[in-house]
Write a protein that binds this ligand. Structure first.
Ligand SMILES: NC(=O)c1ccc[n+]([C@@H]2O[C@H](COP(=O)([O-])OP(=O)(O)OC[C@H]3O[C@@H](n4cnc5c(N)ncnc54)[C@H](O)[C@@H]3O)[C@@H](O)[C@H]2O)c1
Ligand SMILES: *[C@@H]1O[C@H](CO)[C@@H](O)[C@H](O)[C@H]1NC(C)=O
Ligand SMILES: *[C@@H]1O[C@H](CO)[C@@H](O)[C@H](O)[C@H]1NC(C)=O
Length: 307
C-alpha cells in the first residue's frame, strides 16, 4: 500500500514539475525573476572574443566581478579594457585550456587573486571543420582537449568551494552539435556530445548530494561570431545564422533564472523531442533536404586577422 502511495506521490510531483518547467520555457525573456549577481565573481573561458566577451559585458553591467581566461592575449586584454572603461572590476589571464597543468596553475592564481568563483562559464571552444579522413590527428585531439577535457579540470578546481558554501553555478556552452551529428564536424560533435554528457552527470552528482550548486547547458545552432565563417544553410529562415547578441540574451536569461538547459532557437526543442522517435533514415533525409549535411562545405572558420 505504502508503495502505491509513494508512486502516486512522485508521479504527481513529476506532473507539477513538468508543468512548471514548460511554463518557464514558454514565458518570454525578462519576465521571470532573475538572481542578483552583484559582487559575485564570474569566470568566463574564451572571454577574448565572441560569446565569451559579450557575456563578460553583460555580467559587468549587472555588477559582477569578472575573471577572463583566453589563449588570445590581445583579444582578452581588449575585453578587459572595455570592462575597465565602464568601471567593472576584472582580471585577465592567458592560458591554453588544452593543457591541464596550465588550468591548475591559472586556477591557483585566481584563487589567490580574487578568491572563490561563484559562476564558472565554460565557453571556450574550437572547431576543425574537416571530414574524418581529412582531419589532422593533432587537431582532433586538441578539439577534445579544449571542448571536453577542459571542463573536467576547470570544474575540479572551482567546484569544491561552491560545494562548501552550498552556492554556485557551472555553465557549459555546448552546441546543437552536442545533440545531433553533422558532416564535417566529427571531432566537434564528439566533443560537444562530451560536454552535454558532462553536464548531465555533473547535475546528477549535485542532485544526489542535495547541493544548491546550479548547472546550465546551452545548445545553440550556428552563430555569427566568426568561429564558423563560411558555413551556409539552404533554408536561412528556418535555420538562421544567429546574431551573438541574441544568443547571449538567451544565455543570460537561462543563467539568471537557473535553467538547467537552453537550446537556441526555440524550435530546436521540438526537433530534439522528435529525434528520439524518428528513424535515422528520416533524419538524414531531412538533414540533406535542409542543407545541414552540406552546411560545412564552404567552411573557412575563424580568420587569424579577426582574432
Ligand atoms: N559560433 C557558433 O556558431 C557556435 C554555435 C554553437 C556553439 N558555439 C560554442 O560557443 C562557444 C563560444 O564560441 P564563439 O562563437 O564565441 O567563438 P570564438 O572563436 O569567438 O570564441 C572562442 C574563444 O575561445 C578561445 N580559445 C580557443 N582555444 C582556446 C584554448 N586552447 N585556451 C584558451 N582559450 C581558447 C578563443 O581564443 C576565443 O576567444 C564555443 O564553445 C563554441 O563551440 C558556437
Ligand atoms: C589539478 O587540480 C585538481 C583540483 O585541485 C586536482 O584534483 C588535480 O589532481 C590537479 N592535477 C594536476 C595534474 O596537478
Ligand atoms: C543538463 O543536465 C540537466 C540535469 O540532468 C538536464 O535537465 C538537462 O536537460 C541537461 N542538458 C542537456 C543538454 O542534456
Amino acid at each position: 500500500m505504502q508503495d502505491i502511495i509513494d508512486s502516486l506521490f512522485i508521479t504527481l510531483k513529476a506532473i507539477v514539475l513538468i508543468i512548471i518547467s514548460t511554463v518557464r520555457n514558454l514565458v518570454p525573456t525578462g519576465i521571470l525573476p532573475r538572481k542578483d549577481v552583484r559582487g559575485q565573481t564570474v569566470l568566463i573561458t574564451g572571454a577574448g572574443s565572441g560569446l565569451g566577451r559579450l557575456m563578460a559585458y553583460e555580467f559587468g553591467k549587472l555588477g559582477a566581478r569578472l575573471v577572463l581566461w583566453d589563449i588570445n592575449e590581445p583579444g582578452n586584454e581588449e575585453t578587459l579594457a572595455e570592462l575597465a572603461r565602464s568601471g567593472v572590476e576584472a582580471k585577465a589571464y592567458t592560458l591554453d585550456l588544452s593543457d591541464y597543468n596550465q588550468i591548475n596553475h591559472t586556477a591557483d592564481l585566481v584563487k589567490k587573486d580574487v578568491g572563490k568563483v561563484d559562476i564558472l562559464i565554460n565557453n571556450a571552444g574550437i572547431v576543425t571543420g574537416k571530414k574524418l579522413l581529412q582531419c589532422p590527428d593533432e587537431l582532433m585531439v586538441k578539439t577534445m582537449a579544449v571542448n571536453t577535457n577542459a571542463l573536467f579540470f576547470t570544474t575540479k578546481n572551482f567546484l569544491p568551494a561552491m560545494l562548501e558554501s552550498n552556492r554556485g553555478h557551472i555553465v557549459t556552452i555546448a552546441s546543437m552539435a552536442g545533440k545531433i551529428g553533422v558532416t564535417g564536424l566529427v571531432d566537434y560533435c564528439a566533443s560537444k556530445h562530451g560536454a552535454v554528457g558532462f553536464n548531465d552527470s555533473l547535475a546528477a552528482e549535485l542532485y544526489a548530494q542535495k547541493k544548491d550548486v546550479k548547472t546550465t547547458v546551452v545548445c545553440p545552432i550556428y552563430i555569427n561570431t566568426g568561429m564558423f565563417d563560411g558555413i551556409q544553410t539552404d533554408w536561412p529562415t528556418l535555420l538562421p545564422i544567429m546574431e551573438p547578441e541574441y544568443v547571449v540574451e538567451c544565455i543570460m536569461e537561462a543563467v539568471l533564472t537557473d535553467r538547467a538547459f537552453v537550446s537556441i532557437p526555440k524550435f530546436t526543442y521540438l526537433f530534439m523531442a522528435l529525434t528520439g522517435l524518428i528513424p535515422t533514415e528520416v533524419t538524414q533525409m531531412y538533414g540533406e533536404y535542409f542543407g545541414i549535411s552540406t552546411s560545412m562545405d564552404h567552411f573557412k572558420g575563424r580568420q587569424p586577422q579577426k582574432a
